[in-house]
Design a protein around this ligand. Structure first.
Ligand SMILES: [Zn+2]
Length: 93
């Protein structure tokens, strides 16, 4: 049995044809302490992290190939969690 390394997470499914289009912003400058709740697998060039900070939630997208970091609007933690799930299922990008 192979142990699953720490960094391993779920893979985001390819976007569905009718997926919702998210608005991605430049990262917040000087953000409060950010806690990563869950993240997609780091074997992919693009990773998504569900983050919480200051009682709010958002999803952060890191593209290692382009070396860019973007995040969704900060919102309710429950809403951010739903957005993260939609990304995983290819329902939003
Ligand atoms: Zn992987």
């Amino acid at each position: 049995m192979t142990a699953i390394p720490d960094f391993h997470g779920p893979h985001a499914e390819p976007p569905l044809p009718e997926h919702a289009t998210l608005t991605w912003y430049d990262p917040t400058l000087r953000p409060p302490r950010i806690r990563v709740i869950s993240h997609t697998c780091e074997c992919r060039d693009t990773t998504y992290e569900l983050c919480a900070a200051a009682g709010q939630g958002f999803v952060r997208r890191t593209d290692r190939e382009k070396q860019t970091v973007h995040e969704t609007a900060w919102t309710l933690t429950a809403t951010a969690r739903r957005i993260f799930q939609q990304i995983l299922h290819g329902e939003a990008r």
